[in-house]
Design a protein around this ligand. Sequence first.
Ligand SMILES: CC(C)(COP(=O)(O)OP(=O)(O)OC[C@H]1O[C@@H](n2cnc3c(N)ncnc32)[C@H](O)[C@@H]1OP(=O)(O)O)[C@@H](O)C(=O)NCCC(=O)NCCS
Length: 206
Amino acid sequence: MKEQYLGSGVKLRSATPADLPDLLRVCLQTGDSGKDATHLHKLPELVGDIYVAPYVLHSPELAFVLVGDGKVVGYLLGVLDTKAFETTLANDYWPTTKAKYSQLLTDITPSDQDLLVDLAKQGFSDPELIAKYPSHLHIDILETHQSAGYGKAMIQFLLAQMQEAGSTGVHLHMSSKNDRARAFYKKFAFTEITEDSNECIMGRTF
Ligand SMILES: CC(C)(COP(=O)(O)OP(=O)(O)OC[C@H]1O[C@@H](n2cnc3c(N)ncnc32)[C@H](O)[C@@H]1OP(=O)(O)O)[C@@H](O)C(=O)NCCC(=O)NCCS
C-alpha cells in the first residue's frame, strides 16, 4: 500500500475495492462538469461504475484515494497501458456492467440516459491517440478540498510514476464545459488534442 501525507490531515493512499462506495459517491458529487450531479440522476452508481470502478478493480497499482480527516474526499486514477486495460475491461468488466444496467431501464433521468449511451459505447480508444499518449488518468476532488494544492500534488505524483514506468505520453477526457479543469491541466503541460461541444481530450508527452 502506497501512502503520501499531503499536510493538514490529508493523505493520498492506494485504493482498495472496499473504497468503492465512497469513490462512487465522490464521482457523483463531481459528475456535472466538476459540480455535484446528485440531483441529475436516479441511478446514482452509474457514473462511477463507468468512470471509477474499472480503475480500482483493474488498474489498482495507480488507483489512489484522497483522505481528509478520515473521510474519502477525492481520487486519482491512472492507467499506464490503455490498450491492455481496455482489452481487460472488454473481457472482464463491460459485459457484466452492461448486463447490470440493461435490467434497470425504467424511471431514469435524461442524464442517466446519456450515461447509458456512454456505457454502451465503452470499448477501445482511437489507436492513433493511444500510440502517442498510451497512458490516461482521472482526478476528482470534492468541493470542500479543492483549491488547496491537493490536485497539484496528486497529478504531479501520478505523472512522475507514469514517467518512471516508461510511459511516453498521457491523455484524459473531460467535459468541454469544465473551464476550471482545463486551466488546471494546462498548468501541467496538457494541451487540447480533439474537442467537440461535449468532450475535450487533452494530452501531454513525457
Ligand atoms: C480540477 C481539480 C482536480 C484541481 O485540483 P485543486 O486541488 O482544486 O487544484 P490546486 O489547488 O492543486 O491548484 C493547482 C494549480 O491549478 C491552478 N488552478 C486551479 N483552478 C484554476 C482555475 N480555475 N483557473 C486557473 N488556474 C487554476 C491553481 O492556481 C494551481 O496553480 P499554482 O500552483 O500555479 O497556483 C479539482 O478542483 C477538482 O477535482 N474539481 C472538480 C472535479 C473536476 O473537475 N475534475 C476534473 C475532471 S476532468
